[in-house]
Design a protein around this ligand. Structure first.
Ligand SMILES: C[S@@+](CC[C@H](N)C(=O)[O-])C[C@H]1O[C@@H](n2cnc3c(N)ncnc32)[C@H](O)[C@@H]1O
Length: 426
């Protein structure tokens, strides 16, 4: 699964019709190239777009937004658009012909009320017919554009009503959320400085340091970002950091730190006092984390690459607080990563659940007696969440559950997460 911290996320805005924009063939060809790389070469959408947008410096901001937004919306609605284009959907990962990408793009643009140029690829596509077909879809997996196996699994795990509510919410494009780096600035001051640049934001009751961008722009180019005044981080992800209740001066281990989205938050809540050991199995992510820490004015983080179980054993009984933000299906963040639903498989889910339970079992040994750990995922499936925690508690009587929380996109409007706070009592 993918974890994003890069600039591309900012291009995922609500679908916009770009009403007065002429359809240039080179922009449509760029979208086709992106779709081909995502669906046939199985590349990650964010990486594909990052590379594609860098490849042509002549595209203006509107062109780039058009390419990125169209690609993301097509990826999100892939199965439904194939159905409306009278094309076959392959659940087994087979490749699609170029012609299919063109037809799907044509259907998408018609539904955005664009009039199509008389290009040969778009002959015989008519909005009225497409709309009529769309109004008669009976199958939930097509309507919500999701693979059959995942649709069945979601219903099995969450129940019909809850799964349908999440399906609906997970197909809405995500907002861009900033987290003020309180080591450098308060959320109110940040809002004011952004306003002076005519960048409108709103506060949210769900997170004290969060600001939500009213309109999308390349915020990573903003001088305030370069100065480390804020990071881009979803509201739910911010909640996980707070859930660990870290204090200044503590020794904290963030064992699946990745590029450090949550590590940086922990460090600012600790007022940059104490020690955080940020670990991961991927060295490139830890290298990125170091860069981000520097920008944020944080110097209490030490990165440690996990090369074997020895790295973990060396830290036995050493942490006051431990964050286990484990690898997962990413089902809670499909709004940001819609391509994940086409790349996930039952086999991957079985493997990732096994990994989660191993991490929980082995890494929890790093905690001191009396210490707290947070087990977190960006999944909404009980099999990755409470079931993992319950199994662990059955086998580890020296831990007790203090609190757990589900963040469902349908209920609070942001990404889906799970977090459980455990205490090591003995
Ligand atoms: C959910 S992501 C972490 C996101 C990160 N905490 C953040 O807030 O940006 C899970 C991370 O676990 C890492 N990972 C995978 N297997 C691991 C293992 N066995 N031990 C530690 N980390 C692992 C992945 O490389 C990935 O960065």
């Amino acid at each position: 699964m993918i974890f994003l911290w890069g600039g591309l996320r900012l291009w995922r805005s609500p679908p916009q019709p770009f009403p007065d924009m002429k359809l240039h063939r080179n922009l449509c060809e760029a979208i086709i190239r992106a779709l081909e790389a995502i669906f046939n070469q199985k590349q990650y959408a964010d990486k594909v777009l990052e590379k594609l947008l860098k490849s042509n410096s002549k595209w203006g901001a509107r062109d780039r937004a058009f390419i990125a937004e169209s690609t993301y919306e097509i990826v999100r609605w892939w199965r439904k658009l194939l159905f409306l284009a009278n094309e076959t959907y392959y659940e087994n990962g087979s490749n699609y012909e170029n012609r299919v990408f063109w037809r799907v793009l044509g259907v998408h643009l018609l539904l955005q009320h664009k009039s199509l140029p008389p290009w040969q690829e778009w002959q015989n596509l008519f909005l009225k017919e497409i709309e009529q077909k769309a109004s008669n879809i009976r199958e939930r997996a097509i309507q919500h554009s999701i693979p059959d196996w995942l649709d069945k699994l979601g219903e099995q795990e969450l129940g019909k009503g809850a799964w349908e509510r999440e399906l609906e919410a997970l197909n809405k494009p995500a907002e861009v959320v900033l987290r003020a780096n309180t080591l450098k600035i308060s959320v109110q001051e940040l809002q004011k400085l952004l306003q002076e640049q005519k960048i409108e934001t709103k506060l949210t009751p769900h997170s004290p340091d969060a600001l939500i961008l009213a309109t999308r722009q390349n915020i990573f180019q903003n001088p305030l970002f370069k100065e480390g005044y804020f990071e881009v981080q979803d509201v739910g992800s911010q909640e996980i950091g707070r859930f660990l209740r870290v204090k200044a001066g503590e020794r904290v281990v963030d064992a699946c730190a990745g590029a450090g989205g949550k590590t940086l938050h922990l460090a600012s809540m600790m007022h940059n006092k104490g020690r955080i050991i940020a670990m991961d199995t991927e060295s490139w992510k830890l290298a990125e984390l170091k860069k981000r820490a520097k920008r944020n004015g944080i110097d209490i983080i030490e990165t440690r690459l996990i090369e074997s179980s020895k790295t973990i054993k060396r830290l036995a009984n050493s942490a006051d607080k431990l964050l286990l933000d484990v690898p997962c299906s990413g089902l809670g963040v499909l709004r940001r990563n819609p391509d994940a639903k086409w790349k996930l498989s039952e086999k991957f889910l079985i493997e990732v659940r096994e990994k989660q339970s191993q991490i929980l079992q082995q890494y929890s040994q790093m905690l001191k007696k009396g210490g707290f750990l947070v087990y977190a995922t960006c999944s909404i499936l009980p099999s990755e969440n409470e079931n993992q925690v319950n199994n662990f508690l059955l086998q580890n009587k020296n831990f007790r559950l203090l609190e757990s929380k589900h963040l469902f996109p349908s209920e609070y409007g942001f990404d889906g997460f799970f977090m459980a706070l455990l205490e090591k009592t003995n």
